[in-house]
Structures are given as structure tokens and as C-alpha cells.
Design a protein around this ligand. Structure first.
Ligand code: NAD
Length: 304
């Protein structure tokens, strides 16, 4: 049977990931509930279908989902119109969404009971990583399912890791994003302190990039404009990766820490800071806009 990929959720990340599969010569059909995202997918010449029934036909060999939260993945896979009851047994399911470990395991178990192979495969690297196909992809599932998914994952990403059994991909991703949330606040604090000290931010940024204060927010995704081309801070803080998504990931990390009895004081503090920022109506801004909170009255950059 020839390969046919059904891609669900073509938002900020799913759109370029599906596009890369199409550009690699794969046959891809996509579906999204958002009219805006459907229009963007059409602009990329992706083959958009109207609903899940039109998407999940008998000849689909792989389903890839890139959805916001666990409740969305649960609805799409296990809901009334859930695709677990629609796909053939030979179809491979790949959930790239960042969701809680329990939901990931629950969906995977339901699939396995029906003889369907599934992996959780959340990603890191941001929209730029998705566009350039340089994502880090963290996979949970059997080695057999991992090997089956690998050729497709290699089209969308650069470093593909087998983290362990089902749910481990999300576990690894949650650990990663707790550090990302913390370091984005740390990078904001350093750069805004430099500003208040009247030291050229560009110079401090260049120094930190090469010195021991470097981090992904400093070297790839700085929270202030004028430092690296193509970043959300240079585009009025349009996402990118929204503050709401970061807040979700920090909540997931906090819940995991409670369950595992792990001490994560900075993770808890980062959650508090992002939670407040979102409650004040900033959840759709890029997560690097947290520099606004840190910067106080010294922060004066364009923001939509
Ligand atoms: P997004 O909100 O831009 O995209 C999600 C898409 O899913 C939206 O277009 C939405 O309409 C669609 N959707 C929701 N429910 C649906 C349903 N039932 N059926 C079909 N479509 C549905 O989010 P994003 O930034 O692309 O992030 C997606 C996932 O990737 C999240 O879990 C996020 O945490 C993770 N992630 C994001 C980034 C990033 O930089 N944006 C980086 C790494 C991981």
C-alpha cells in the first residue's frame, strides 16, 4: 500500500511540519478546526480536507497530530468521533503534541489494545526549528514503533531520541520545557539589568552568547528585539510559542514534580510568573514577552 499521511492540527508548528513532509515527496492530507489555520495551510498548497471523516480513509498509513493540549489529543483519538475507531490496524499513530504523561499513556494503551502502534513524539526547537526541519523529537513507545516512525521523524527533525516507553517522550519534553521557562526569565532578567546599567544590550548579548551565561533563549531566541533576526521579539512578540503554551507546560512540570515528590522551586516560581502574565491577558503573545514583566518601566518595545 502506498504511503498516505493524515496530519491533524496545522497551527504554528503543524503547518511547517506538514509542509516539510509534502516537500519531501510524501502524500499528505491535513485537517484543522481553525479557519485561519486552514487558509494558511492552503497558501502552502497543502491538501486540506473538511473533517475527520474525509481525513481518516482506509488508505491512511500514518496519522500525525500536533494539537495544543491533552484534552485535544484525547478528543481526536478517543472521543465520540475518535480516530482510533477509524484507522486500519496497520496505521501508525504519532502524537507530536506536548501533553500530560497520563493522557499520552491512556491514548497509547487504547491503540495497543486494538493492535495499533502508537508513539508520543513531542518536539522542541520552536517554529524556526519546524520550518528548517531541525526539531529535536523525543519519542515514547516500543522500539518497533520508534523504528517505523523514524524515516518520517527524520524529515521533520534533526535529532530524534528514543526516550523510553509510552509517555516518556512527553516526560522528557516536560523536563526540557521547565528549564526553558526558567531560562527565558533568567535571560530577560540579565538583558534588562544590562539596560538599567546603561550597558549596550547588543554587546552584553554577544558576550553572554560566548560566555558561561549562554542559554537557548540567549543564543537562539532572545527576549528583546534587535538581537537575532526572525525571532518573535523582532516581530512584535507574535508567536512563535505562546505564553499560554509555556504556562501549560510549566503546569505539567509542576504536576509531575508533585507526583514524583521532586523539588523544583524555580519551576514553581516560573509557573507563578507565567500564570500571572497569562491571567493579565497575554496568553497569545510569544512566551519571550515575559521580558515585559521582568523589565517593568524600563521595557519599551513594540508588542501587538
Ligand atoms: P497552535 O495553537 O498554533 O496549533 C494547534 C492547532 O491545533 C490549531 O491550529 C488548532 O486549531 C488545532 N486544533 C485544536 N483542536 C483540534 C481538533 N480537535 N481537530 C483539529 N485541529 C485542532 O499550537 P502550536 O504552537 O503549533 O503547538 C502545538 C503543540 O506543539 C503544543 O502542544 C505545543 O506545546 C507544542 N510545541 C509548540 C512549540 C512552538 O514553538 N509553538 C514548540 C514545541 C512544541
Amino acid at each position: 500500500m502506498s504511503e498516505l499521511i493524515a496530519f491533524i492540527g496545522v497551527g504554528n508548528m503543524g503547518n511547517p511540519m506538514a509542509e516539510n513532509l509534502m516537500k519531501a515527496g510524501k502524500k499528505v492530507k491535513v485537517f484543522d478546526v481553525s479557519k485561519k489555520m486552514v487558509e494558511k495551510a492552503k497558501e502552502k498548497k497543502l491538501d486540506v480536507v473538511e473533517n475527520l471523516d474525509a481525513l481518516i480513509t482506509n488508505d491512511v498509513t500514518t496519522v500525525i497530530t500536533m494539537l495544543p493540549e491533552g484534552k485535544n489529543s484525547k478528543e481526536v483519538y478517543l472521543g465520540d468521533n475518535g480516530i482510533i475507531n477509524k484507522v486500519s490496524k496497520n496505521c501508525l499513530l504519532i502524537d507530536c503534541s506536548t501533553i500530560d504523561i497520563q493522557t499520552s499513556i491512556e491514548i497509547g494503551k487504547n491503540a495497543t489494545e486494538k493492535g495499533i502502534k502508537m508513539i508520543d513524539a513531542p518536539v522542541s526547537g520552536g517554529v524556526m526549528g519546524a520550518q528548517k526541519a531541525t526539531l529535536n523529537i523525543m519519542v515514547g513507545g516500543t522500539k518497533e514503533a520508534f523504528d517505523l516512525a523514524l524515516p518520517l521523524l527524520k524529515i521533520m527533525g534533526k535529532n530524534i531520541f528514543h526516550a523510553g516507553e509510552l509517555g516518556s517522550g512527553n516526560g522528557a519534553k516536560i523536563c526540557n520545557n521547565m528549564s526553558l521557562g526558567i531560562t527565558m526569565i533568567a535571560a530577560s532578567e540579565s538583558l534588562m539589568l544590562a539596560k538599567r546599567l546603561n550597558i549596550d544590550i547588543k554587546k552584553v548579548h554577544e558576550i553572554m552568547k560566548n560566555a558561561s551565561g549562554n542559554s537557548w533563549p540567549i543564543s537562539v531566541y532572545p527576549p528583546l528585539p534587535g538581537l537575532i533576526e526572525g525571532t518573535p521579539s523582532n516581530n512584535n512578540y507574535r508567536p512563535g510559542f505562546s505564553a499560554g503554551m509555556m504556562n501549560k507546560d510549566l503546569k505539567l512540570a509542576n504536576e509531575c514534580a508533585k507526583q514524583a515528590k521532586a523539588s523544583t522551586p524555580l519551576g514553581s516560581m516560573a509557573l507563578e510568573i507565567y500564570n500571572k502574565f497569562c491571567e493579565e491577558g497575554n496568553d497569545t503573545k510569544d512566551f519571550s514577552a515575559i521580558s515585559k514583566v521582568v523589565g517593568g518601566d524600563a521595557w519599551n518595545y513594540p508588542i501587538d
